[in-house]
Design a protein around this ligand. Sequence first.
Ligand code: FAD
Ligand code: UDP
Length: 395
Amino acid sequence: MNPDLVVVGAGLFGLTVAQQVAERFGRKVLVLDRRHHVGGNAYSEIDPETGIEVHQYGAHLFHTSNERVWDYVNRFTSFTGYQHRVYTSHGGEVYPMPINLGTINQFFRASYSPDEARALIREQAAELGDKEPENFVEKGVSLIGRPLYEAFIAHYTAKQWQTDPEKLSADIISRLPVRFTYDNRYFNDTYEGLPTDGYAAWLERMADHPNIEVRLDTDFFDAGHELSKGTVVGNVPVVYTGPVDRYFDYQAGRLGWRTIDLEEQRLDVGDFQGCPVMNYPDADVPFTRILEFRHFHPEREMATDQTIIHREYSRFAGDGDEPYYPVNTPEDRQQLLTYRDLGRAERGVLFGGRLGTYKYFDMHMAIGAALSMVDNKLAPHFERGEALVSGGVDA
Ligand code: FAD
Ligand code: UDP
């Protein structure tokens, strides 16, 4: 194939770009990925022995309020009616998460009404005075008060990020809703569900277009093949969705990433924990949460005498580890400014996705950002022949 566009990374960002460029502009797209499959971190496999779908890179729950993204993804898969609910095991007791009236009343051994609970939290958050919360701790205390923060957030976050929470962004804690009702749904979005016949089927359908060719087990930075960085950049337009610091040989330093180790266990019980995700917010437990995959698809036929679980252990990503979560400390943000400038100067290359923009994207955000890149950058290029103008890594 003589491609009109090379997409580095077959995750949701790269697949969306490739699918749109192939379909809307009739252009030939070559997608490469160093892994043996498409789909990036959203990829999953169905365990042949039990029929249980195991998310290979951590649990992935699809949710969005973006109509365009919802319509788009429904072209490639239908979704089950799954609604995510999480529990958390603190001090030998199990509470509902995210923090809601049920959690508050159980924790304080009380039967507060919504207004009473609100008043209590307001009183506890008064320690901040009039100060606008500026970081993770302040935001956490402002939302739920110090006692709940210490019980359910402080140690979990210490394990998850191993970073002084004053250096963590308030956005991270803002991902979790806080509710003064007994509604314990994890997400607030309008649409939610899991792909009916699995993530792999969905993601493979996105790449199934005569104008798209996928090359797996191919690293963009390995010299010696015709799709390497040295061969492609400057000759064919590129959308790059790998780590931005790697692209520029870490010349402004290494951006901080967290990775997770997933310890898989196959157990001879039909049901290990009775729910899909149990969090462990206490300091004396080394992992952050346990996932039990069978609970994601109660509608499916699966073995009833076995179950598969993952214990998640979080740590800093070193060389050779998968970069999963951008830590995004003030030092990281400083380095990112340099990478943005370098990205802007890189002719014919657009940077996108979670790794390429160093952003804590959910799947719907990655897809939405990819659709915007197609509208704003690739459409002018392929439809009107305008030069491909990079917006830097913030594209
Ligand atoms: P990725 O999926 O990371 O894809 C990037 C691809 O680029 C990878 O396949 C990689 O192999 C490839 N690549 C990198 N470097 C190279 C190279 N040099 N050469 C070739 N290929 C390369 N989102 C949700 O909406 N709900 C969730 O519940 C959820 N849970 C998550 C849990 C975890 C543990 C993690 C890590 C993420 C979670 N996400 C979730 C986020 C979701 O995974 C991302 O939004 C989505 O994967 C972003 O897609 P992407 O294409 O930007 O990146
Ligand atoms: N968090 C926590 N306790 C919990 C759940 C979440 O402290 O029981 C914090 C933690 O810092 C985490 C953040 O809230 O990184 C966002 O949680 P989310 O479940 O969205 O994290 P993800 O699914 O992305 O790992």
